[in-house]
Design a protein around this ligand. Structure first.
Ligand code: FEC
Length: 295
């Protein structure tokens, strides 16, 4: 393994404190207008989760980074898409430490131009060809990831609903692989866990004025209820960590909906910094480096 290699481990990022929410939201909107009512609503969601002076997503990313660095015995730097430390900061730190090869790995397993493509663009722009880049596009069918989720849903008597972040529906016309990769992960996990009853739905759609991929998890719970399903286990395979989309959209909103419908709802634990998950990430990085040295 090259001694001058470093990893830039990328995540969505989350505002550090409640005062940071307006700047964070502006970054997500990347210059497009921010509606005051949506900003107020977002601030209220972060406040209700108790994120005043510290934020669990950023702490989890830091723990995952540190564990991966130890496992690989290589420098690993965190870079956030929408908050600090920025992806560009991580690149500068890696280069200042003498990295000649950078492995770019996003903490999101499924490729979309609108998602992973954005991380890649930030990383490439910051790097400006100053080091070799080995960018991992997707790892949705990584056997260790599949097994990790399979363990979390195996032996449940409930109907398993796999979920992932929705995206504007126009990506389907662009031949984007996002939805197909998500369905493949869900199928692999269901097969490995021997599930007889499972389905897939999207979550966390934003009110941007265009159609998003569906069905949304809240509508899906209604449809399952109509079919007579009364126990559901949510498995958010499109994400890897506890954050707003998990703790609010699933643990608060979906739970409320399930209560209204009389469905017993549980949610599988996220990989976070589980050593088995860190081992999966380390395997992906090692493979990227060894494929390069064998080429
Ligand atoms: O815990 C936290 O503070 C951050 C949680 C968080 C994660 C996350 C992951 C993804 N997003 C993806 C796509 C979009 C698109 C838009 C969009 C908007 C938001 C807003 C917040 C937010 N996202 Fe997110 N996302 C997280 C948080 N996301 C907050 C803005 C308020 C709102 O709409 O609710 C629409 C942008 C626009 O307005 O034009 C598109 C995708 C992922 C999964 C991959 C990844 O993690 O990068 C895809 C975590």
């Amino acid at each position: 393994m090259s001694s001058s290699a470093a990893v830039v481990l990328m995540a969505y990022g989350s505002p550090g404190r409640i005062e940071d929410v307006p700047a964070y939201y502006a970054d997500i909107r990347s210059g497009r207008p921010v509606r005051q009512d949506l900003l107020d609503d977002l601030t209220a969601r972060y406040r209700r989760l108790g994120i005043e002076d510290g934020n669990p997503l950023n702490e989890i990313t830091e723990r995952t980074r540190a564990a991966l660095q130890e496992e690989l015995a290589l420098p690993v730097f965190s870079g956030m898409k929408h908050w600090t430390p920025r992806i560009a900061d991580a690149v500068e730190t890696a280069l200042a430490g003498g990295a000649e090869t950078i492995v770019g790995l996003v903490l999101a397993p499924h490729y979309s131009r609108l998602s992973i493509g954005g991380y890649r663009a930030q990383l490439q722009e910051a790097l400006a060809d100053r080091a070799e880049l080995l960018f991992v596009e997707s790892w949705h069918d990584e056997p260790g990831l599949v097994e990790l989720w399979a363990e979390r849903v195996r032996d449940t008597g409930a109907h398993v609903v796999f979920t992932a972040h929705s995206l504007p529906a126009r990506i389907a016309d662009e031949g984007d692989p996002y939805e197909a990769q998500l369905l493949e992960t869900a199928e692999l996990v269901a097969k490995s866990a021997g599930l007889r009853d499972s389905s897939f739905s999207f979550q966390s759609e934003s009110p941007t004025g265009e159609a998003w991929l569906g069905p949304d998890v809240l509508d899906h719970l209604e449809a399952l209820h109509a079919r007579g399903v009364d126990r559901v286990l949510l498995a958010p395979i499109g994400f890897v960590a506890d954050h707003l989309e998990i703790r609010w959209d699933l643990d608060t909103e979906a739970r409320e909906k399930a209560r209204e419908l009389g469905i017993e709802l549980a949610r599988a634990e996220m990989p976070n910094d589980d050593p088995a998950f860190v081992a999966v990430l380390a395997g992906i990085v090692r493979r990227a480096l060894s494929l390069r040295s064998n080429a």
